[in-house]
Write a protein that binds this ligand. Structure first.
Ligand SMILES: [Zn+2]
Length: 358
């Protein structure tokens, strides 16, 4: 039995219509539109960033016409029977990317249905956004009525982790012993799609120096996700168990391999925070779909200061390659060996969830 600490099952109806520019979301939602993808991909290169487009194509390929149960079962088959999955919801309502076809609450109640179908296997996390007017009511319903396991936040879509509107949620998490997973990677295709000046306005009042010398939305939104922002959350909420998802991402793992001396590396910032705060975790989801990083993970796992805080996760179905789940479930396990794989996929997740004490 193992825990995959980071997967998604939301579907195409949960994607904001302007996730891609030029009305492409609407076009791709039709079968002929979708069939011309190969052609469009070439045509689009100069117009929009590829990773954004590719990510959306995955949303369509896996998430179209399917319910969360079917999307989940597609993932489940790659893992041993009785494996458990932390399923992270996603609210795209407040990222300046247009309308989301179905209300977020419907996504959550469908996720609650999935939890009822697999009560011991599905561990849902509710995505909170400080702009949700009913944020606390929704949180209580998810936890108290539906048996969700934790909270997820996604600052790249336009808010700081220490936004005061999130304080009651962190207090609730501390009081009820709930873990929080925070999306923490730079230059993310899922970011606030507003005008650069709108994003800059949202960034006003930052507690850390900002990278503002750009009109690139992805770069601007990286400011929200910077791991240093979590210091302010941890100062105030000492008992909070927090996972910084993706461990700095592929970008900073590459950078660390080429420039290990770079002090601004998010990989190193996160590692330092993990050493300082025993309740800070990092998951390897998405990032470790690249086999090049297996040795570095093994080295990090040999460090007793942090090896109790690294979590196994895959980020199903956000990663591109077809072999991804197999890469996470079999290749990585074979590479690390049973002992270390068990540390990240069983012992550490149980501590993160509060099933065993730290
Ligand atoms: Zn994810």
């Amino acid at each position: 039995m193992l825990y995959n600490c980071h997967i998604h099952t939301f579907n195409e109806k949960d994607i904001a219509r302007k996730y891609l520019p030029l009305g492409l979301v609407r076009l791709l939602a039709t079968t002929p539109g979708f069939q011309t993808i190969g052609f469009l991909l070439n045509l689009l290169n100069p117009l929009t960033s590829n990773d954004q487009f590719r990510k959306y194509v995955r949303f369509i390929k896996i998430g179209r016409y399917k319910g969360q149960k079917e999307i989940f079962e597609e993932c489940q088959k790659f893992y041993p029977v009785n494996s458990k999955f932390m399923v992270l919801a996603m609210d795209m309502t407040y990222m300046n990317a247009g309308k989301v076809p179905r209300p977020y609450m419907e996504q959550l109640s469908e996720l609650a249905e999935l939890k009822r179908a697999y009560p011991d296997i599905i561990l849902p996390f509710v995505h909170l956004d400080p702009n949700q007017t009913d944020m606390m009511d929704m949180l209580r319903k998810c936890i108290e009525e539906w048996g969700f396991s934790g909270i997820k936040i996604y600052p790249s879509i336009g808010y700081f982790p220490y936004d005061p509107r999130l304080t009651p949620a962190y207090e609730y998490a501390e009081k009820n012993d709930l873990p929080v997973i925070a999306h923490c990677s730079p230059f993310n295709p899922t970011h606030n799609k507003g005008w650069p000046w709108e994003i800059k306005a949202l960034l006003a009042g930052s507690k850390i120096p900002l990278d503002l010398d750009t009109c690139n939305r992805k770069r601007l939104c990286s400011n929200f996700a910077n791991p240093l922002n979590y210091k302010f959350v941890l100062e105030k909420h000492k008992k909070l168990r927090l996972c910084l998802a993706h461990f700095g991402s592929e970008h900073y793992w590459h950078q660390f391999l080429d420039h290990p001396e770079d002090k601004d590396s998010w990989l190193l910032l996160i590692k330092d925070m993990m050493e300082e705060h025993k309740n800070v975790y990092a998951d390897i989801s998405f990032t470790l779909n690249n086999r090049e990083f297996f040795p570095l993970l093994k080295v990090l796992l040999s460090d007793p200061k942090i090896n109790g805080q690294i979590l196994f996760g895959s980020d199903y179905y956000m990663v591109e390659t077809k072999t991804t789940e197999r890469c996470f479930g079999i290749d990585l396990r074979g590479y690390l060996g049973e002992k270390e794989f068990r540390t990240i996929s069983y012992d550490n997740p149980r501590r993160f969830l509060g099933e065993i004490s730290s």
